[in-house]
Design a protein around this ligand. Structure first.
Ligand code: PLP
Length: 399
């Protein structure tokens, strides 16, 4: 008899973490690996943020805090939402967890009953479907087309909504595609949702600050049709290069926030007091480095997209945000590598690429769309130059 629960059999380990782990193991064996698998900025946490954490330690700010966030951090979050997004929240409308992931987990776990559907546009962030499955719900995956920049259209949304739909999850800028929804696109979605007042909206805005080309970020809670039933998720991981600190947050309806805190109170209790103090500084302190870092990411995006589009068999859109691109490798599938044999699908493409060149990327099927792969360009230009050269070499050996 297995000691493991049946709910465990519904989910799989995160494929992006698996790739990063495999790349790490190969590196330890001495292989010259370039990992483009990880979803984290290569920049360091800003000094003022680190200093705030040190001050917290030295001043004894090292005890349990309120379960779903300190009053100071909640205030900083409320100010952020007001200043940057024009959204109004009170403290009992804010949840702070150990990363955006825990906040999403809290929300899904506290709302899903068996049979409930969560509408997830694909390609999606790998954890959404598995969190829904773990909660006993049904992920309803809606495949989005490359011609629509991998975004869900209002027609597709309408076709897939029904009486079982509990949530729709939106993620802009997107992991894995980097695509961003414009205000018009978001408003069109909100317009459809007007006819489905029971459907909750989860807007995962974790890459809000990583946008280029003067893209004007807009979040769906700003649309009055859905403000009252939207949970707006954000965090300091990506914007402030604080992935290891584990602070994410959300603003939303009071009842939902209360339920989320209840779940959190019986799992992790509060996120680290020290990380919360650091997050206060991140949100309230100097923001000028965000622009500098976005400029650096933009330079890398421009480089990667232009080089990839010169490779035979690869085609890549030019997304406006996050630090990912999601090129098609359909032109390589079915071809034969001179040493490694036939490329059967995208998973085969990425595993042969890793084996032959040491470049680690993640197959599109892990994100719900076959025939593509994800590159995270949150690494140095030197690494990116080497990586695209190797991808190009690899593809030139296909016939
Ligand atoms: N949402 C998206 C789209 C992400 O890509 C990630 C992390 O990769 C998260 C949420 C969770 O971020 P964290 O838990 O590190 O705050």
């Amino acid at each position: 008899m297995s000691i493991l629960s049946s709910s465990l059999s519904r989910i799989k380990p995160s494929p992006t973490i698996a790739v990063t782990q495999k790349a790490r193991e190969l590196k330890e064996k001495g292989v010259d690996v370039i990992s483009l698998g990880a979803g984290e900025p290569d920049f360091d946490t800003p000094d003022n943020v680190k200093e705030a954490a040190i001050r917290a330690i030295n001043s004894g700010d090292t005890k349990y805090t309120a379960v779903d966030g300190t009053p100071k951090l909640k205030e900083a979050i409320i100010n952020k939402f007001k200043k940057e997004n024009g959204l109004e929240f009170s403290k009992d409308q804010i949840n702070v967890g150990a990363g955006g992931k825990q906040v999403i987990f809290n929300a899904i776990l506290s709302t899903i009953n068996p049979g409930d559907e969560v509408l997830i546009p694909a390609p999606y962030w790998v954890s959404y479907p598995d969190i829904v499955l773990l909660a006993g719900g049904t992920p309803k995956i809606v495949i989005c087309d490359e011609k629509d920049e991998f975004k869900i259209t209002s027609q597709k949304l309408k076709k897939n909504l029904n009486s079982k739909t509990k949530w729709i999850i939106l993620n802009s800028p997107s992991n894995p595609t980097g695509s961003c929804y414009s205000k018009d696109e978001i408003d069109a979605i909100a317009d459809i949702l007007k006819d489905y007042p029971e459907v909750m909206v989860m807007s995962d805005d974790i890459y809000e600050h990583v946008v280029y080309d003067n893209f004007k970020f807009y979040t769906i809670a700003q649309n009055k049709n859905v403000t009252d039933r939207t949970l707006t998720i954000n965090g300091v991981s990506k914007s402030y290069a604080m992935t290891g600190w584990r602070i994410g947050y959300a603003g939303g309806p009071k009842d939902l926030i209360k339920a989320m805190a209840k779940i959190q109170s019986q799992s992790t209790t509060n996120p680290s007091s020290i990380s919360q103090a650091a997050a206060v500084e991140a949100l309230n302190g100097d923001q000028s480095f965000i622009k500098d870092r976005s400029d650096a990411f933009k330079e890398r995006r421009d480089f990667v997209v232009s080089k990839l589009n010169k490779i035979n068999g690869i085609e890549c859109l030019n997304p406006q945000g996050a630090f990912y691109v999601f090129p098609s490798c359909k032109g390589c599938i079915g071809k034969t590598h001179s040493e490694l044999g036939e490329i059967k699908n995208d998973t085969d493409f990425v595993s042969k690429l890793l084996e032959s060149t040491g470049v680690a990327v993640v197959q599109g099927s892990a994100f719900g769309l076959e025939g593509f792969f994800r590159i995270s360009y949150a690494t140095s230009m030197t690494n990116l130059e080497k990586a695209v050269e190797r991808i190009s070499d690899f593809c030139s050996k296909l016939s």
